[in-house]
Write a protein that binds this ligand. Structure first.
Ligand SMILES: [Zn+2]
Length: 345
């Protein structure tokens, strides 16, 4: 290993369970990080500093001021610059460690693109905030035989589990069906504490370091549940579920989320009074042309990553792939109409 690398990572190489061989394995590994909000920024930060060689960061959203309380890679300049989370995170990561490869992808993960986004990764990391995407990740993981690490946090409470196909139960062995939207607390309704997220993301990161460096014997085999407010720490022994439940995914190998039979493409963004409208286009949108069209109707500005248009109490954030987040409504039909009206179909 080059002396610069030995020096940069010397403090973790000195940790005997990792050593130089473990470090080399980290440097040669690739991860796909699904979601770069609170969990995702902590994960990206840890993995970049630890020297994971290639990190693909996927996120569909842009940065708002209320994200700064817990999304540790972002600052006020990123909000002012209207940067998508994936792009802003990639810039920070490059400044932290210029020797690794970072690939930002601004898109909504769905059944049409997930296999391409995770196909070349050694490990998939969960930085999402919804079960729809987690079931999709779980399907892709089992289908491709790639490990993934689940993490979720609400309030002061979080969970994590490491899923290795064939060696551990999968997410659907534990929770066969996602609770319907609106039935579970979310960060918007129940709030969320930054340190609680950092704890769970750090658990995910250490599991990633073990997995990628080959220390599989040390992996977590439980569903870990932590509440940082009242100091409860529970291990649910789930290993025995492997092969014992008739799981539709890892036993029957029916990939219902991956097949596109589940989930929707137009979604209300929970608690945010916003709807995401996804329209796939063959060509990227021409922001200059769209901005000219919208100029007389409302306030419009754009950069290379997104176009922001405000009119009549609605704020449109449009991405080059045609996807838009429309703030000011929770009504999916209304959002579709607004999209057709202003962006065009
Ligand atoms: Zn399963």
């Amino acid at each position: 290993m080059a002396s610069e690398s030995l020096e940069r990572y010397s403090r973790q190489i000195r940790f005997p369970q990792l050593g130089e061989a473990g470090q080399l394995a980290l440097n040669n590994s690739r991860v796909t990080l699904c979601g770069c909000g609170a969990l995702g920024t902590v994960l990206a930060n840890h993995l970049a500093r630890a020297g994971v060689g290639s990190i693909r960061i996927i996120d569909r959203d842009f940065i708002e001021t209320h994200n700064l309380q817990r999304q540790i890679l972002f600052d006020e300049d990123d909000v002012a610059a209207n940067l998508p989370k994936a792009e802003a995170a990639a810039r920070k990561i490059r400044a932290i460690n210029s020797t690794i490869t970072v690939e930002p992808v601004v898109t909504d993960i769905d059944h049409t693109n997930i296999l391409d986004l995770v196909g070349d990764a050694d490990l998939i990391l969960d930085g999402t905030d919804n079960f729809e995407t987690r079931y999709l990740i779980n399907d892709a993981s089992i289908k491709l035989g790639k490990p993934w690490i689940y993490g979720g946090v609400i309030g002061s409470e979080g969970q994590t589990m490491t899923i290795v196909p064939g060696k551990t139960p999968c997410l659907r062995c534990l929770i066969e069906t996602a609770p319907p939207p609106g039935m579970t607390p979310t960060c918007e309704t129940a709030g969320v504490l930054g340190p609680a997220v950092a704890v769970i993301a750090s658990f995910e990161a250490i599991e990633a370091i073990k997995l990628l460096s080959g220390a599989w014997d040390a992996l977590n085999t439980h569903l870990i549940m932590v509440d940082v407010w009242d100091w409860t720490f529970r291990h649910l022994k789930v290993a025995g579920l492997l092969g014992k439940v008739d799981c539709p995914c890892c036993v029957q190998r029916r990939f219902e989320w991956l097949d596109g039979g589940m989930g929707s493409h137009t979604t209300t963004l929970c608690g945010r009074n916003a709807v995401q409208v996804a329209v796939r286009r063959s060509q990227p949108l021409d922001f200059r042309e769209l901005a000219q069209r919208l100029e007389g109707i409302g306030v419009v500005r754009h950069n290379a990553y997104m176009l922001r248009f405000t009119t009549d109490g609605y704020v449109f954030t449009v991405f080059p792939d045609g996807r838009a987040i429309i703030n000011g409504t929770n009504d999916v039909a209304k959002a579709r109409t607004l999209y057709a009206q202003y962006v065009g179909s």
